[in-house]
Design a protein around this ligand. Structure first.
Ligand code: KG4
Ligand code: ZN
Length: 315
């Protein structure tokens, strides 16, 4: 990995969530400087590139189209192959980026793929052989974090903030009922509503409830969410007999899920794979590693390939 440049879009913070139109405008402004910076940091010229990999989906259409058009233009200009990458496969294959002290999973392994848009248990039998075993029937886990944070008046994205405050609180201070869904499936919209009603009820009694108990509230939310994730992945291990477990996606940055998974190495005799922190939330290196494996297979895409907003991890 020679460079991994990330352009954060601060613009969304004041709106409490990603505004698609603003996201695509920011992409439009950032894409040329970011690519230039990536080449500079890697200390290579664009003529030394072998191929261009880009995110085909899933994601926000406007933003995807900017990446798609830019990559097509660059591949045509440089006369090099174009490689379309599935964003969720990229989160998973980020485990294969060459890094000191990071052990790579061997096939088959299970991956809990948790982000702002996805919550899936995936069985990975080979680099591009993936099967979804469990999925959310409503909100994604990152959404549950961000929406809970919004209820508490925290800035977007709230996931990292809840995680930070949770570390100072009592995880058993408040209990929220866990949803009842299929053994390997998830549901988070009920939890969000339960948190909303709980906060509204408490604030009626004490307007300073959130401020006075923020750490305990965050710790209790985090405990509930991470317990659900652990329970489901445990079900998947039992059902498949595969005890190699990885996590991927933005929420895999979460300190509690990382800790609980590590513990499972001793408690449950699992082999666990936790991504390096900078490869958890969206990044270019994870798209690059998928590009690399596709390049080896000569799995190139025609210039007619287009962005797909809803793309499954096994597509
Ligand atoms: O993978 P990602 O960067 O973007 C998507 O593809 O969705 O994931 C972003 C999500 C957000 O919902 C954010 O709140 C969540 O990951 N997230 C976290 C943490 N860091 C990021 N959630 C909980 N704890 C964290 N430390
Ligand atoms: Zn992502």
């Amino acid at each position: 990995m020679l460079s991994n440049v990330i352009a954060n879009q601060e613009i969304h913070t004041e709106y409490g969530g990603v505004v698609p139109e603003l996201a695509s405008r920011a992409h439009q402004q950032n894409i040329v400087p970011v690519v230039q910076q990536a080449l500079q940091r890697a200390n290579i010229g664009k003529n030394e590139l072998s191929a261009i990999a880009f995110t085909k989906g899933p994601g926000l259409m406007g933003s995807l189209l900017i990446g798609t058009s830019f990559s097509k233009s660059l591949s045509q200009a440089l006369q090099i192959p174009l490689i379309a990458v599935n964003h969720m496969q990229a989160h998973i294959l980020a485990h294969f980026i060459e890094e000191k002290e990071h052990k790579k999973p061997s096939f088959p392994f299970l991956c809990l793929t948790i982000s702002g848009g996805h919550t899936e248990i995936v069985k990975i039998s080979d680099y591009f052989e993936m099967e979804i075993l469990g999925n959310t029937i409503d909100d994604a886990v990152g959404e549950a974090y961000d929406k809970s944070a919004k209820i508490l008046g925290l800035a977007y994205p709230g996931g990292p903030l809840i995680d930070r405050y949770a570390q100072k609180g009592n995880p058993l201070a408040y209990t929220f009922t866990k949803p009842k869904v299929g053994k390997l499936d998830f549901s988070f919209s009920g939890l969000k509503t339960a948190i909303l009603y709980f906060i509204q009820r408490e604030v009626k009694q004490n307007p300073n409830f959130v401020k006075e108990n923020l750490y305990d509230i965050c710790a209790s939310i985090q405990h509930t969410i991470v317990s659900i994730l652990m329970e489901k992945i445990e079900n998947a291990v039992k059902e498949t007999g595969i005890n190699q477990v990885a996590i991927a996606g933005g929420v895999s940055a979460n300190s509690e899920i990382r800790k609980r998974l590590k513990q499972a190495e001793n408690d449950k005799n699992w082999q666990t794979y936790i991504p390096k922190f900078e490869y958890t939330t969206d990044n270019a290196a994870m798209i690059g590693i998928v590009g690399y494996y596709k390049y080896l297979e000569k799995a190139f895409d025609a210039n007619t390939t287009t962005a797909t907003a809803r793309l499954k991890v096994d597509e």
